[in-house]
Design a protein around this ligand. Structure first.
Ligand code: SOE
Length: 381
């Protein structure tokens, strides 16, 4: 069987995570790496053991490359995804799909016109327990949904000296915490509950009004400290923290809190979904278990075990109960589905993986959240 050949563009935090996940799939190979310049591409390709380093433009001209993974800063996602589609390549793009709604709309239309496989890396959908919650909701074990409470908390931007491209609106877009991690939480909320968010009321805060920008490169989560002369003080106008009230299409309500300055919360998405039959709670820092709350019987504590899971959720499990699976496994499970479509050569009519349309949906919600914050008013989606 001919091996599918992939290229990865960008090797900050998430590019190597895509690489590791892809190397766990059969009958495919990551053959190319692109970076901001060819020297860095060569350096990173050597470190990561990828056979070829190209500029982005050279890579697009290589007919052997079937799939492009866009793992660059947000402001490049639109132009690079568009160029890859126009070059006839299937595309897996990191979230957010773009920084403007009209750009995402153009990508959805172009991907549809080309018939090429298109996916957005909402990988948190692929925690087996997330899929189990979704299937339990679908089979009625949750009942009617009364309310949803979600949070996504990190502390990698806690210090004034913590710095990253995500703090720069020209690279990240007008939102930071909401676009970067709120997008995961909001996607997962609609995905698990099957509800649609209809209105938002948002309030942002920027805890560090200025930050100390390192005058030499530093990567996401690296946490490296430099000397005072290595920093420049720069103004910050994107949100460290956001609270958003939500209204859903079943008439009920919810709220999410997103923060990247919560000391001790490393990468913690927590969701509690209150239903008429049960209450589900799940935390991404303990992904192999969920709490099921009951009023008229004992609460339950479900552990990841394929023998106890729905067929759909068990499909995302590679190891028996007690053999924990986590963040890296989510991308492997997602890419299994994406590459099955690549093997077929076209986007499925009913994709099981998150597509550019899901990326557009998230961008729409995030843009309305930004609008609501600016107006300090409810905004319809
Ligand atoms: C930084 O907040 C980050 O790397 C996000 O960009 C990822 O989407 C998330 O999965 C982990 O944290």
């Amino acid at each position: 069987m001919k091996k599918i050949q992939a290229a990865i563009v960008g090797t900050g935090f998430i590019g190597p995570a895509h690489l590791e996940a892809l190397r766990r799939l059969p009958n495919m190979e990551v053959v190319a790496l692109c970076e901001v310049n060819i020297d860095l591409a060569r350096e990173k390709a050597a470190i990561l053991g990828i056979p070829n380093a190209y500029t982005f433009e050279e890579m697009l001209q290589n007919p052997e490359i079937d799939v492009v993974h866009i793992c660059t800063p947000n402001f490049l996602h639109y132009s690079q995804s568009k160029a890859a589609l126009l070059a006839g390549k299937h595309v897996v793009c990191e979230k957010p799909l773009a920084t403007k709604i009209e750009e995402a709309e153009e990508l959805v239309a172009l991907a549809e016109e080309k018939g090429l496989v298109n996916a957005v890396h909402f990988n948190l959908r692929y925690y087996p327990m997330v899929r189990q919650m979704k299937t339990m909701r679908e089979t009625g074990e949750l009942g009617d949904i009364y309310s949803i409470m979600g949070s996504y908390l990190q502390d990698w931007l806690f210090l004034q000296t913590d710095y990253n491209w995500r703090l720069e609106p020209d690279k990240s877009g007008d939102s930071r915490a909401i676009a970067d991690i709120g997008s995961h939480l909001l996607d997962l909320t609609e995905y698990v509950t099957g509800l649609k968010i209809t209105e938002v009321m948002a309030d942002f805060s920027t805890v560090h009004k200025t930050r100390l920008k390192p005058l030499k490169p530093i990567e996401t989560y690296s946490g490296k400290m430099l000397s005072p002369s290595d920093y420049a003080e720069v103004p910050i106008n994107t949100e460290d923290h956001a609270t958003v009230l939500l209204r859903f299409d079943n008439g009920n309500k919810g709220s999410v809190t997103v923060s990247q300055v919560n000391a001790g919360r490393k990468n913690r998405l927590n969701i509690e979904i209150a239903g008429s039959k049960s209450n589900f709670e799940w935390c991404s820092e303990k992904p192999n278990e969920m709490w099921i709350g009951k009023r008229e019987s004992a609460n339950q504590h479900l552990m990841k075990d394929p023998a106890l899971f729905s067929t759909e959720a068990a499909r995302l499990i590679s190891f028996p109960g007690g053999h924990n699976e986590g963040f890296p496994d989510t991308s492997k499970q997602m890419f299994k589905e994406v590459y099955a479509a690549v093997r077929e050569g076209k986007q499925p009519s009913a994709p099981t993986f998150p597509t550019f349309k899901d990326g557009l949906r998230e961008l729409l919600i995030c843009e309305r959240i930004i609008e609501s914050h600016k107006k300090q008013a409810w905004v319809k989606i």
